[in-house]
Design a protein around this ligand. Structure first.
Ligand code: ADQ
Length: 447
């Protein structure tokens, strides 16, 4: 078996690293004597001139550091102030600065340089996500001929958003250097095909096989999953922590997101406000727990969304709270997995309402955590990749507060029979298409 080399922006460090992607790739890495390469998280000193190997996992890990300038331009800059907003349809939040693109190209070229001494001719390389689009092209320039795959964890946008990038044809040329490009959802594959048709040079050869910028490759959909079995166990074991329902006696709704403008948190709060305004009988009977740890604090759009979210929660609580009841509880901290699993299980409604999202794993975690005999209801945005397969959720348009508030009311009143029927269909999908299924499908296609 040829060796698997995974490259991602962040290297999972620490002893016995866990997390969905690690679980998914661990077996394949272990069996092939594999190697995982990524950024250490260190960005105060110099950019590494060689990879540093770390012990303590079932596979080899090699890290690099970044200088403050490289971190600012490659990570905060082009990755998170240009690509992230554009690929999530928020071209209004893009900050195009020439140094960002230069830094993004420079760091990707440098990662290729760092990799070269450690690569073998028959490796299979699997590159993860938007921070690393140019990596295959940089490796090819350095005469790497092995199979290289790419998986995009976030949406691929249509031609209008693509055209708003400073370098749309360069982006398509970068993609063309892979042998297999994986998307979360059919919607992303179609957007990619249409963007390439309008802005690049593409031909459909047959089925998934395309010719892009003169190279032949495959473009396919591989919806990512979670480590379902272990999450179900965590949730079952967390049962005694019956915190939410018992603490308040109210029906709980839960939202769990990185605090990001793509996740639709303010829209969710406004819909909740509407629910309370239109259903006075629900006062003191429903409560909303929003867990949203801030990320990318150095990017101004993230400071703005934090302010907006806190302001809204404060306003709604000020308006509706009573001595015994706080309508919105808002937690900024990361929560340990087992605790999170218990909270999902206790919540009658799971609110997953992004304005744009590659997949959204919270939707799958919420379903996996439910008690099958008395499950809660998932309210899911049509703009999450998860909506393509999770049709038994209450699918909503997150921009429409009336529709979302109506779905909340419907979920609160839903009969146990209907909840069980919807949940069992959702659970089947989450069990069948877990993260191991995802990685084996992808790696089989990569060859
Ligand atoms: P994210 O944008 O990070 O991932 P998501 O898929 O929802 O979004 O995953 C978030 C993960 O973080 C979940 O596992 C969740 O449980 C966890 N999490 C969030 N808040 C937490 C908290 N306070 N405490 C503990 N854990 C918390 C990107 C894409 C997604 C895609 C994934 C995987 O944006 O669309 O689904 O990659 O491909």
């Amino acid at each position: 078996m040829s060796r698997l080399v995974v490259v991602s922006n962040r290297l999972p460090l620490g002893d016995n690293p866990s997390g969905g992607l690690v679980v998914a790739l661990q077996d394949a890495l272990r069996q092939s004597g594999g190697l995982w390469i990524g950024f250490s998280g260190e960005h105060e000193g110099m950019t590494s001139t060689q990879l540093v190997f770390h012990e303590g996992a079932a596979f080899q890990r090699a890290a690099f550091d970044l200088s403050p300038e490289d971190y600012d331009s490659y990570y905060l800059g082009f990755s998170n102030s240009v690509l992230w907003p554009a690929l999530h349809g928020r071209t209004d939040l893009m900050r195009i600065v020439p140094e960002y693109l230069e830094g993004y190209r420079r760091v990707n070229a440098h990662i290729a340089d760092l990799m070269i001494p450690h690569l073998r001719e028959d490796d299979r390389i699997w590159v993860q996500d938007y921070q690393l689009f140019p990596l295959a092209s940089e490796l090819r320039k350095r005469s790497v001929t092995c199979r290289i795959g790419f998986f995009l964890h976030i949406p691929f946008p249509g031609p209008a958003e693509c055209a708003a990038l400073p370098n749309p044809t360069e982006l398509l040329d970068w993609v063309s250097e892979y042998d297999l490009v994986g998307f979360q959802a059919e919607r992303d594959r179609l957007n990619f095909m249409e963007s390439a048709r309008q802005l690049g040079d593409i031909e459909q050869v047959e089925g998934d096989v395309i010719r892009l910028s003169g190279r032949t490759l495959q473009a396919r959909v591989f919806p990512i999953g979670i480590d379902t079995a272990s999450f179900m166990t965590e949730a079952r074991n967390a049962r005694e922590e019956d915190r939410m329902r018992s603490l308040t006696g109210a029906q709980m709704m839960i939202g769990v997101d990185r605090l990001d403008y793509s996740k639709g948190i303010p829209q969710r709060f406004r819909a909740f406000q509407l629910l309370l305004e239109n259903n006075p009988d629900l006062l003191e009977k429903v409560a909303f727990l929003q867990i949203a740890p801030p990320t990318r604090k150095a990017v101004s759009a993230y400071r703005d969304i934090r302010e907006e979210t806190e302001h809204l929660a404060g306003r709604i609580n000020g308006e509706f709270a009573t001595v015994n009841w706080t309508p919105i509880r808002y937690i900024h901290r990361p929560i340990p997995r087992h605790e999170l699993a218990g909270l999902y299980r206790q919540a009658r409604i799971g609110l997953v309402t992004p304005l744009a999202d590659g997949m959204n794993l919270v939707a799958k975690e919420y379903v996996a955590a439910q008690d099958v005999s008395d499950p809660g209801v998932l309210i899911l945005s049509r703009f999450a990749g998860a909506a393509e397969t999770m049709q038994e959720a209450l699918i909503i348009n997150p921009h429409d507060p009336w529709e979302l508030a109506e779905a909340m009311a419907q979920a609160i009143q839903m009969s146990a029979n209907e909840r069980r029927r919807r949940h069992s269909a959702l659970l089947r999908d989450v069990v069948e298409h877990d993260v191991n299924w995802w990685s084996s499908e992808y790696l089989a296609a990569l060859g």
